[in-house]
Design a protein around this ligand. Structure first.
Ligand SMILES: [Zn+2]
Length: 78
């Protein structure tokens, strides 16, 4: 089994084509995009109008701060 978070897993990759995308956990109106998290492999995806791309957790936290503010206490800033 290859569990590379950079590439997603078969479940989330195929899910986009099958109309069953990973769980939506946030949205960013400025980017016209939504944030999705694969519960299987932990990959973050950003879905745009016509495509979906894998993004790093750092980018996910940057573009969707509200999503993470609700979930985790981030001690990296005051
Ligand atoms: Zn996955």
């Amino acid at each position: 089994m290859n569990n590379q978070n950079d590439n997603g897993c078969d479940i989330c990759k195929n899910g986009w084509y099958a109309g069953k995308p990973p769980l939506e956990i946030g949205q960013n109106d400025e980017r016209w995009a939504t944030l999705h998290l694969c519960e299987v492999c932990g990959t973050y995806w950003e879905a745009h109008l016509r495509n979906a791309v894998i993004i790093s957790k750092d980018d996910a936290m940057k573009y969707y701060p509200a999503t993470f503010a609700n979930k985790v206490e981030d001690g990296s800033h005051q």
